[in-house]
Design a binder for this molecule. Structure first.
Ligand code: C2E
Ligand code: CMP
Ligand code: CA
Ligand code: CA
Length: 410
């Protein structure tokens, strides 16, 4: 029984605390790593001003207090005292720290600045003579938050400007039909023509974080469709049969954003290209963010003719159960397996298994990252339909990519 009582006491302290009328919750100047929400009761907040008590606030059910020390790790700025029998819900620092760490640098910075200013104002209230207006002197954690915030703000502006001034560009990497050794299509890959610009992957990650991805994604789609229309015309001019396709990467946001499906459809329609020559590449993790929305998105665009490929297959969830739930057409075997398959038997087995799985499920495969003849030979033996990689071609500007059309890669 005693044991049970002890457990209860610990649990009580972690989640809820009760105070009698007039009891002190904490005192000004103490250390504290908890904030409280009043479930029931009333709390007075006071600070000493020239040795005299000055009431700063009176809080009741639903109000939050003790958040300042919780956030900035400094001492309690005031004393909290229960004015009636009071129950408090406890918020621990670790609960908040995790969320703060993941939050946007600008929001984090605004938050820290507000807190710093409230502390200064409190000191000014408490003893007007002791606080002289002085040059603002941020502490280390504030400087770090400020620097991160400023560099992200600059990047955000630069990216918006690049988008508006058409300084973003697409390169196109050939995707080869392994059997015919001809170009079957291209993958559009974003480029930012600025030596200081981040890598394509960093650029996309940042665009996702800021929500710019929706606009960038539509720009990519528009641009890639226009290039595809020109390439298909070129193929016809050469008197060649067959249809080139364009693979375009989609981010998670582009699947779930409102009107995403309609906007994608409008862009493809306006370009005049046959939707059956568009392949949209999505990763396993993008699909798994909101599987129900993803299935609806895929179904509707697919019914219209667009094909879907799972990108980087084998690196994400690799949950086989989702494969039959998502209506897809192509698996792209991640380059990390293809790159190493000639030296590493595990990679080779993974590539073989994916190729077999795809065949069984009636899906086609693209082997990414083919860099040499040995890999090409191995991929051919496994019966993959398509290959992509530096062995055939790097991603190239559209004018150079067009020169590959009709070329024999055998
Ligand atoms: P991804 O979709 O897997 O694209 C393939 C990446 O592999 C490209 O990197 C390409 O340049 C690189 N690659 C191609 N062949 C080889 C090879 O033989 N060896 C090696 N080592 N690498 C090869 P890139 O262009 O830097 O793009 C990186 C990622 O950025 C892409 O990976 C994709 O996830 C993302 N990305 C690029 N453009 C877009 C875009 O327009 N929209 C979205 N949402 N994501 C994009
Ligand atoms: P903290 O500094 O952790 O502990 C004292 C709490 O009193 C503080 O967090 C705030 O929740 C609250 N507090 C401090 N200053 C004021 C103020 N000027 N007005 C209202 N509440 C305050
Ligand atoms: Ca891709
Ligand atoms: Ca890939």
């Amino acid at each position: 029984m005693m044991g049970a009582g002890k457990v209860e006491a610990v649990a009580e302290d972690l989640f809820r605390r009760s105070f009698l009328s007039d009891e002190i919750v904490f005192r000004e100047g103490e250390a504290g790593d908890r904030a409280f929400v009043i479930e029931d009761g009333d709390v007075e907040i006071s600070a000493l001003s020239n040795g005299k008590k000055m009431v700063l606030a009176q809080f009741s059910a639903g109000d939050l207090f003790g958040e300042m020390a919780l956030v900035d790790g400094k001492l309690r700025s005031a004393t909290a005292r229960a004015l009636s029998p009071t129950t408090l819900i406890v918020i621990r620092r670790d609960q908040v720290a995790l969320k703060m760490r993941g939050s946007d640098p600008l929001i984090k910075y605004i938050f820290k600045v507000l807190l710093e200013r409230l502390r200064t104002t409190n000191r000014l209230l408490q003893s007007p003579a002791s606080v002289q207006p002085r040059k603002y002197n941020p502490n280390d954690s504030l400087v770090l938050a400020r620097d991160t915030m400023i560099s992200e703000l600059r990047l955000h502006q630069a990216l918006e400007q690049a988008l508006a001034r058409e300084e973003l560009d697409l390169h196109y990497q050939a995707i080869i039909n392994i059997r015919s050794a001809r170009v079957a299509g291209f993958e559009a890959l974003i480029r930012w023509q600025d030596p200081q610009a981040p890598s394509p992957l960093q650029l996309i990650e940042f665009a996702e974080k800021t929500g710019l991805i929706v606009r960038i994604g539509l720009w990519v789609l528009r641009q890639a469709c226009a290039t595809l229309a020109a390439m298909q015309q070129q193929l016809r001019d050469l008197g060649k049969s067959g249809r080139l396709f364009m693979s375009i990467n989609l981010s998670a946001h582009q699947i779930t954003a409102s009107r995403a499906m309609e906007q994608i459809r409008e862009v493809i329609e306006a370009s005049g290209v046959d939707p059956r020559t568009i392949k949209l590449e999505v990763t396993e993790s993008a699909l798994m963010k909101d599987p129900i929305a993803a299935v609806a998105f895929l179904n509707r665009l697919r019914a219209w003719g667009v094909e879907f490929a799972i990108d980087d297959f084998g690196t994400g969830y690799s949950s086989l159960s989702y494969l039959h739930r998502f209506p897809i057409d192509v698996l792209k075997i991640d380059r990390s397996f293809v790159n190493t398959m000639t030296q590493d038997s595990t990679s080779s087995k993974i590539v073989r298994s994916v190729a077999t799985l795809a065949r069984e499920l009636g899906l086609r495969t693209v082997a990414e990252g083919i860099e040499g003849v040995e890999e090409l030979a191995a991929i051919r033996d496994l019966g993959c339909e398509f290959g992509q990689g530096y062995h055939f071609s790097q991603p190239l500007p559209s004018q150079e990519a067009k020169k590959l059309i009709g070329r024999d890669f055998g």
